[in-house]
Design a protein around this ligand. Structure first.
Ligand SMILES: [Zn+2]
Ligand SMILES: [Zn+2]
Length: 119
């Protein structure tokens, strides 16, 4: 029984498209303890546990600008093109992205669609 979970005390970022789960230390555009870093979007960030450098941090993920899903920055889950888009929205609005982006995505594995299995 976890009747009084304090979500503020221990923040967990979880990707809604894959199984990634990780605690994050900051959400926003300017991580603390960094000098001149301003991110292009509001992100979930955490300190890099593998770096002794206090200014090193990792971007875990962000919110899709269209559907507000929380998605990780993995290329299977989201795309950053002026804003963050989850792959579901990218695939839905693919024709609105520039050809360069469409070509990049076409090089990767096609979206999982059981109706169009091709060999
Ligand atoms: Zn993910
Ligand atoms: Zn989305």
């Amino acid at each position: 029984t976890s009747s009084h979970v304090q979500s503020d005390a221990f923040n967990i970022f979880s990707c809604q498209l894959c199984d990634l789960r990780s605690p994050y230390s900051y959400y926003g555009q300017k991580p603390p303890n960094t000098r001149a870093i301003v991110l292009l979007e509001e992100c979930f960030v955490t300190k890099d546990p593998f770096s002794p450098d206090r200014e090193k941090f990792l971007i875990l993920g962000s919110e899709c600008s269209l559907c507000r899903k929380r998605v990780c920055v993995g290329s299977d889950c989201s795309l950053f093109y002026t804003k963050r888009f989850c792959m579901e929205c990218v695939n839905k609005h693919l024709n609105q992205f520039p050809h360069q982006i469409q070509a990049e995505l076409a090089k990767k594995k096609p979206p999982r669609d059981p109706k169009s299995v091709q060999r």
